[in-house]
Design a protein around this ligand. Structure first.
Ligand code: HEC
Length: 267
């Protein structure tokens, strides 16, 4: 289990966090939502299409193409609503899948379908392809209500692990994710208004981040939070991401939140 390492590295966040909060004092005001809206309009006017839509189009092509050693498409991939049913699929992920006997989020599920259906070896699965496929599948859940309710024992265990990781206090100064996203919820950390899971944290991913000029999945965004406070993030598709996503999205469900436009467009 990688949990111990995660706890240890969370401790390293203490100093970075303290510095980040201190540095925001006195900086000039900037509304990141208005700025994102302005950038989005610029893209619409100049390119006629949003970058997130380009990723989704690439994902759509990958989804329907016969690929891998078995030369089949991903059309038989079941995201929880039946083979090939994509409408609203993201709204109920992560969830337990009987075929892999695992709780999977969208990214992990795409990888397991590429492995099980198309015959790719896990190490052959390209991260950029997974991201484009995430954008495509997510685009079918645009603006829909989030509906993640842990029911099976495996889902409840995953939710509990996520909550444990979220609240686990580590290091000399007793830090955790909750300190930023709950104690500071509604306030600003590094110019960004921070939200709590009940306020819908995690409802805009996958999203195109114009400051980075890249598509970020939810796993990428969690990894970015780790990195921004000096923590080495866990490997993609590993349990801590699935657990934290399960926790955040189940809480977002309790707060009656919807997804934004999918893929999102944000700073
Ligand atoms: C140093 C404070 C800090 C810590 C610790 C921290 N975050 Fe964040 N997080 C932020 C800030 C600042 C943002 C950017 C908010 C924005 O731009 O909307 C953010 C953004 C996010 C987002 C995307 C924002 C959204 O609206 O969807 C997610 C998801 C997230 N954090 C999850 C986590 C998780 C999980 C942890 C613990 C493993 C964590 N964060 C720890 C400060 C923190």
């Amino acid at each position: 289990m990688r949990k111990n390492r995660l706890y240890r590295v969370l401790g390293l966040a203490l100093l970075g966090f303290a510095l980040g909060v201190a540095l925001t004092q006195g900086q000039q005001e900037l509304d990141p939502y208005k700025e994102a809206e302005r950038q989005r309009e610029l893209f619409r006017q100049t390119a006629g299409i949003l970058p997130g839509e380009l990723y989704a189009a690439q994902g759509e092509e990958l989804f329907h193409a016969k690929r891998g050693p078995k030369q089949v498409s991903l059309e038989a991939c079941d995201f929880g609503l039946g083979p090939g049913k994509l409408e609203g699929a993201l709204t109920q992920l992560p969830r337990y899948f009987a075929d892999t006997k695992r709780v999977e989020d969208l990214e992990t599920r795409i990888v397991s379908c590429m492995v099980r259906l198309q015959g790719f070896k896990p190490e052959e699965v390209k991260r950029d392809e997974v991201k484009a496929l995430v954008a495509y599948v997510a685009s079918k859940s645009s603006e829909m209500p989030i509906n993640v309710v842990p029911r099976t024992s495996q889902e409840i265990a995953m939710y509990n692990l996520g909550r444990e990781l979220w609240y686990h206090r580590a290091g000399d100064r007793d830090m955790n994710c909750a300190i930023c996203h709950e104690a500071y919820a509604g306030r600003k950390v590094r110019l960004s208004p921070v939200r709590s899971p009940r306020q819908g944290l995690s409802n805009e991913w996958p999203a195109y981040r114009f400051e980075a000029d890249k598509l970020y999945t939810l796993q990428d965004r969690i990894a970015f939070c780790y990195e921004s406070v000096g923590i080495h993030p866990p490997d993609y598709y590993s349990e801590p991401y699935i657990a934290l996503s399960m926790y955040m999205l189940a809480e977002a469900t309790r707060g009656k939140n919807r997804f934004t436009e999918m893929p999102g467009f944000t700073r």
